[in-house]
Write a protein that binds this ligand. Structure first.
Ligand code: SF4
Ligand code: SF4
Length: 440
């Protein structure tokens, strides 16, 4: 694609990067076929190629984004299916991230939307605030029937968003998991030492996921540390275009993990929420211009691993094979498109006795996508229903996924239990049976 940035514009490293990405696009349109929003809406401007043109124009003209541009960028899930499909290696992720930041900096959204986004950015990354908000949402949920039912629209107003938030709140919250700073000693001979990302929403909604990871890891000789000064990885605010917040969190985590690695050492930083893993693996890029943090950020990104990548190297000792359980494996976009981890979780589950079924249209997002199911509830609901129908077609006993956002989204549309891949692996290797509730 030909670009027309001025030399002055190209002096900005972000614009230079955008120029490189845009020039790689040959506008073949292969990406449109696998883009969930294009599949649903059939509008070129809701396809990756259409969005690339919109972003190109916005950056080249160096103007405030128009409402039309914002509408189509907001509808993008950042699922990255387009990156998997693209034959030219276009890094759509870095391009759309840049567009979101520009929108946040230069476009004035309506007041209600600004307040909603601010509230999400304040609440979701903070486990204490998130816990309180879940309790309040649960109390308020019965009142949602009093809210009017707006006509379905791909452009959501405030009421459907409030309803979506209330609907996603769980019926009950489990007790909090282990505190930051905890260290879990390995059973038997020590084979390694890892940090386990504590997560923000996940530690409130499903602390059992990291408990299963700790159980499996320590049983296989790995010491696990929950690093004290760690924060939310920044993915939630990053996807809201709030780079200031996201980069501050990235820096805090790089400092905390680097200190831990320099102290007692770390073989890896393990992540059980693939949405977080994708962003942490990108810290090196996000902080590349920050001379104080760039080198350590690159090291942190190199240490970051999805939990399945790490346990694959442990030689799991299967003690309790579950040969008759049919598991539908939901491939989270952040895992399959963001981190290119596709077959490994399924192979681990199969090796440990589960009957693993692929889900039709597995490349399509479930509609969770960070805060997407709150900000774009109508599109997210359609994607969830499509995903749940595809899952039902393989008649599973359980659904496994590697990302809490997907787990909550899918569980809100099915009565089949939804568990994390690591819970099943822990169970098959001598840990507890996963709690088979239908809420993530
Ligand atoms: S598939 Fe890649 S090269 Fe083709 S239009 Fe999409 S982004 Fe551009
Ligand atoms: S990230 Fe997903 S929703 Fe966005 S353009 Fe690419 S395929 Fe479409």
């Amino acid at each position: 694609m030909k670009t027309e940035f001025s030399l002055a514009q190209l002096a900005d490293p972000d614009i230079a990067e955008a120029d490189k990405i845009l020039r790689a696009c040959v506008h073949c349109g292969f990406c449109t076929a696998t883009c969930p929003t294009y599949v649903l809406l059939g509008d070129e401007l809701d396809s990756p190629r259409g969005r690339i043109y919109l972003i190109k124009e916005m950056l080249e003209k160096d103007q405030a984004p128009t409402a039309e541009v914002v509408k189509h960028i907001d509808r993008c899930l950042s699922c990255l299916a387009c990156m998997t499909t693209c034959p030219s290696g276009v890094n759509y992720m870095h391009l759309v991230d840049q567009a979101r930041v520009r929108i946040e900096q230069r476009y004035r959204r309506p007041l209600a939307e600004r307040l909603l986004r601010k509230m999400l950015a304040l609440v979701l990354p903070d486990p204490q605030r998130f816990r309180i908000s879940m309790w309040l949402a649960r109390l308020a949920r019965p009142l949602s029937v009093l809210l009017p039912t707006p006509r379905p629209s791909a452009t959501a107003g405030l009421i459907p968003r409030i309803k979506a938030m209330l609907a996603l709140a769980p019926n009950r919250l489990p007790p909090a998991g282990p505190a930051a700073g905890s260290v879990f000693a390995p059973l038997g001979k020590k084979r390694g030492r890892v940090a386990l990302l504590q997560g923000c929403a996940q530690q409130v909604l499903a602390p059992r996921i990291n408990q299963a990871a700790i159980s499996l890891l320590t049983r296989h000789g790995i010491e696990v540390v929950l690093v004290r000064d760690e924060q939310c990885c920044g993915a939630l605010t990053h996807h809201l275009g709030n780079d200031e917040d996201a980069l501050a969190r990235a820096r805090a985590n790089v400092a905390a993990w680097s200190a831990e690695a320099a102290g007692e050492g770390l073989d890896a930083i393990l992540v059980t929420a693939s949405g977080c893993g994708t962003v942490i693996k990108d810290y090196g890029y996000l902080l590349r211009e920050d001379t104080a943090f760039a080198a350590d950020a690159a090291k942190v990104s190199a240490l970051a691993k999805d939990i399945t990548e790490y346990v694959a190297g442990l030689g799991l000792a299967t003690t309790a094979r579950q040969d008759n359980i049919v598991v539908a494996y939901h491939s989270a976009c952040s895992l399959q498109h963001g981190q290119k981890i596709t077959d490994l979780p399924k192979e681990l589950l199969s090796k440990n006795g589960f009957v693993v079924k692929d889900v039709p249209e597995s490349h399509l997002c479930c509609g969770s996508a960070g805060t997407y199911n709150i900000l774009q509830p109508e599109l997210a609901g359609r994607l969830r229903d499509r995903k749940v129908a595809n899952i039902a077609s393989v008649k599973p006993d359980m659904i496994a996924a590697g990302n809490i956002g997907c787990m909550v989204q899918i569980a809100s549309g099915t009565s089949v239990p939804v568990v994390h891949t690591i819970e099943l692996l822990d169970w098959a290797t001598g840990g507890s049976r996963p709690a088979l509730n239908t809420q993530a």
